[in-house]
Design a protein around this ligand. Structure first.
Ligand SMILES: Nc1nc2[nH]cnc2c(=O)[nH]1
Ligand SMILES: [Zn+2]
Length: 485
């Protein structure tokens, strides 16, 4: 059930969440906080975290300390088999491509764009269609625990603005990018008329978002050159200038596919761009688009030298393993980018290059793709990502990538309550999680827990077998935005 609009009509209360909390404290470490209480005020901010706490202690001592009236507090308890986990962050998703999930045949990037993607995106000049698809993609991602998404929309301003409106109403935190593409490599039925038209349209969406969420507290605009081959050099330069003027984040694609890399080398020689060399990263750098606020999707085929440049500029990477496998793009060496270069990385579903809107699926695929990197040419054991590591990427890593590392991704005082309640046992007829009693403990969706597993083992089972049936409730900034019924 989608509950955002109902909650708008009820008074906001302080909240206490009680039970087991699991979150990342480092790339390779999940922390398990048992019998803990997390206190969230009416603004959705965590104001206290108390370990070794129970309901009685909450009422008797902690509420008094916070000065909260017990009647003004909603208590949400994780039952046995349930735990609170930070909301997932999808650092790269194309909202208008959602109807195409799973539809890519045997295409690879450049023919996939022309065959499947551009015709669908172009149809979003139909606002009714945009409303239908955008409503569905927001509901779907919330139901899978995505509390924050970095969306690409289309070139169409009214429907892009509608996506921002719908995220705000549904309560999903979002970065919204009006897609910029003016080069004649894009079809004439789907491209910006000129660099100036592209900039003006981008500014119109930025203004719209500043109108609906002036503090940019939930919705943020993101400057979105589709990728270098879709843009003329003047447009890339003007977008770089706009990013500097506005200090807004930037998102684009880089080195996803080998033909794309070759195309960029052909289209943007250093003699044209003034770049330091003929690499893809150097093109973005030459026009001011490689910054600490830039989210680069894919980065599968970066050279060592490019990885150094990305690290030097503190740009971030969105790793999209489902998409990279589906479109036969390659396998990004994420663990090396993280550990050897210190580049911040998160996960992207890259719908619909990726076949699933679930970040949990992306986490699972990140683990598997990293194993392919490990046994591929030049691979080593240290290329393998663990369960703890892919969950870090799905939460804290993603938060850093989209510039929200101090706000979301973990359960510390001062952070905002973007979280999901995960249930691995059965939901009974009373809507409550059932304990693991008896031999099989009942159906926890696709996850079968017997009761003897350690918590790290249960979390591993969730990563490898879980889905939206395990996503019991979802909150953004303290507001309940999804509840599984
Ligand atoms: N995966 C993916 N790569 C792109 N490169 C340029 N546009 C796209 C897109 O829509 N999806
Ligand atoms: Zn993409």
């Amino acid at each position: 059930m989608h509950v955002g609009s109902q909650q708008n009509r009820t008074a906001v209360r302080n909240k206490v969440f009680l039970g087991l909390f699991v979150h990342s404290t480092a790339l390779d470490e999940l922390e398990y906080l048992h019998e803990t209480a997390v206190f969230v005020d009416k603004s959705g901010t965590i104001v206290a975290v108390e370990k070794n706490c129970n309901e009685e202690k909450v009422r008797e001592t902690v509420l008094a300390r916070l000065g909260w009236e017990a009647a003004d507090v909603e208590v949400v308890k994780a039952r046995g088999g349930q735990f609170f986990f930070p909301g997932f962050i999808d650092t790269h998703i194309h909202a208008p491509q959602y109807p195409n999930v799973g539809i890519f045949g045997s295409s690879t990037l450049l023919d996939w764009l022309n065959t499947y993607t551009f015709p669908l995106e172009a149809s979003f000049s139909d606002k009714a269609k945009a409303r239908q698809v955008y409503t569905r993609v927001i509901r779907k991602t919330l139901s899978h625990g995505t509390t924050c998404a970095a969306y690409y929309a289309t070139i169409d301003v009214p429907s892009t603005n509608l996506l921002a409106d719908l995220c705000l109403v549904s309560g999903q935190r979002a970065l919204i990018g009006r897609v910029c593409m003016d080069s004649d490599l894009s079809p004439d039925y789907y491209r910006d008329a000129s660099p100036e038209a592209s900039i003006a349209a981008t500014k119109a969406t930025i203004e719209h978002i500043r109108t609906i969420d002036p503090a940019l507290s939930l919705i943020r605009p993101v400057i979105t050159p589709r990728f270098a081959p879709s843009c003329t050099l003047p447009l890339l330069r003007q977008l770089g200038d706009l990013a500097k003027e506005t200090a807004l984040p930037i998102q684009t694609h880089i080195s996803e596919n080998k033909s794309e890399v070759a195309l960029v080398r052909e289209l943007f020689p250093p003699s044209l761009t003034g770049a330091a060399d003929d690499s893809y990263a150097a093109v973005y750098d030459a026009v001011g688009l490689l910054t600490e606020r830039t989210v680069l999707a894919h980065a599968v085929h970066l050279t060592e030298h490019e990885a150094d440049l990305v690290a030097a500029r503190k740009a971030k990477i969105s790793h999209c393993p489902c998409s990279n496998s589906a479109l036969t793009s390659g396998a990004a060496p994420v663990r090396r980018l993280l550990l050897d270069r210190g580049i911040a990385c998160g996960l992207g579903t890259d719908v619909s290059g990726g076949y699933s809107a679930s970040v949990l699926e992306a986490a699972r695929q990140a683990a598997l793709v990293s194993r392919h990197v490990a046994f591929g040419p030049g691979g080593e054991e240290r290329d393998r990502l663990s369960v703890d590591e892919v969950l870090f990427l799905a939460t804290r890593g993603g938060a850093e990538v989209v510039g929200l590392g101090d706000k979301v991704g973990g359960f510390e005082v001062g952070m905002e309550w973007d979280a999901q309640l995960v249930g691995l046992g059965a939901i009974g007829e009373d809507g409550e999680e059932q304990e693991w009693e008896g031999e099989d403990g009942g159906p926890g969706g696709n996850v079968d827990v017997f009761g003897w597993e350690s918590w790290p083992e249960r979390v591993a089972k969730w990563v490898y077998n879980g889905d939206d049936r395990n996503t019991v409730k979802v909150w953004v900034k303290g507001r309940l935005v999804h509840e599984r019924k």
